[in-house]
Ligand binder design. Sequence first.
Ligand code: NZQ
Ligand code: ZN
Length: 386
Amino acid sequence: MLNFDFHNPTHIAFGKGRVAELAKLVPAAAKVLILVGGASAEKTGTLAEVRAALGERQHATFSGIEPNPSFETSMKAVDQVRSGGFDFLLAVGGGSVIDAVKFIAAAVHFEGDAWAILEKRGRNITQAVPFGAVLTLPATGSEMNNGSVITHRGKGAKLAFSSVHTYPLFSVLDPTKTYTLPPQQLANGVVDAFVHTVEQYLTYPVNAPVQDRFAEGILQTLIEIGPRLLTAPEPVYDDRANLMWAATMALNGLIGAGVPQDWATHMIGHELTALHNIDHARTLAIVLPALLNERRLPKREKLLQYGERVWGITTGTDDERITAAIERTRAFFESMGIATRLSGYGLGAEAIDTVVAQLEAHGMVQLGEQREVTPAVSRRILEAAL
Ligand code: NZQ
Ligand code: ZN
């Protein structure tokens, strides 16, 4: 096992009816800016519940954080925090709203052009406004990690940062808040959580059986509940609860502690979203099967373990088993209604040059756990994903 630090300070309040506990979770004297995305938090009644729970505290609302949150919109919120003297931020929404709030919390105290936070990947953050979250879409794990991904629309760049200062103080995870999600967002959540797990598991063995079996447990849970989430005539509480906790556990630092991590699928995927506005999870479904095939040699041992333990593949030559494991992965994404090829999103070979150029422009030239995914390898992966 590799050396590691593990410290996750986020308090999770999980379960039905927990939103009311914001009354205790938010500091009593706080002046709160609630931040939401489009119309969903208002329509579902969650925003009204949040406001009621804040009671006598002074509060206002910033709305309009878009999916794949932009630097431009976030900076408007920074202005409101500064001019209104807000000292606590409350994200109500999915990964986009929580990510934006992390950036806003750090940018409020940042001197100079805050895009530098993304350029330095968060290393230049020295403090942040405290914040909490009410999660309405299980997918990203942002509710219990310190990472955030922000898009500069003007520059066409989607970059990530992280910092010890950008963990949520708390996150409220009420599975009933997912009942209003459209099927495509549920499917996105399953696939995003699945790929987060794979990024930290499907690398090379370092004799870390606890992390491996946690990861395999998350993958098996997602495979089991994913199709049921889409076909159930009415939302089933336990399935929603298990999706929510699986997605949080997939990216809260636990399964990634002490093991090599890949993340090349995510980095290539971010460029596809920035250039073609494809949902985050869908970009991962395009890239991952092609990447696993391209990297089948360096990932050989873990691919065989994945095939056997997650998909029950025990017969055939090693190569046949690996091919079968990759095909089962692709079929799982497709069964969730998610296309796994660029052509499924109207993109052809002509799109590849720009994606590779953007990877180079953003310094994404040595990706993956072995740092061997160069622009030439990324190109082969994208060609195989046509
Ligand atoms: O904007 P509103 O009206 O709220 O609608 C949202 C949005 O249109 C809707 N929605 C959310 N909760 C709902 C709901 N609709 C009905 N009922 C509800 N309960 O869903 C749409 C998508 O929301 P969004 O927050 O964009 O989705 P997601 O949670 O998948 O977040 C995606 C973003 O997270 C980043 C992605 O890159 C992307 O920008 N990621 C963040 C990570 C992190 N911080 O650790 C890791 C991930 O790999 C990922 O990169
Ligand atoms: Zn992701």
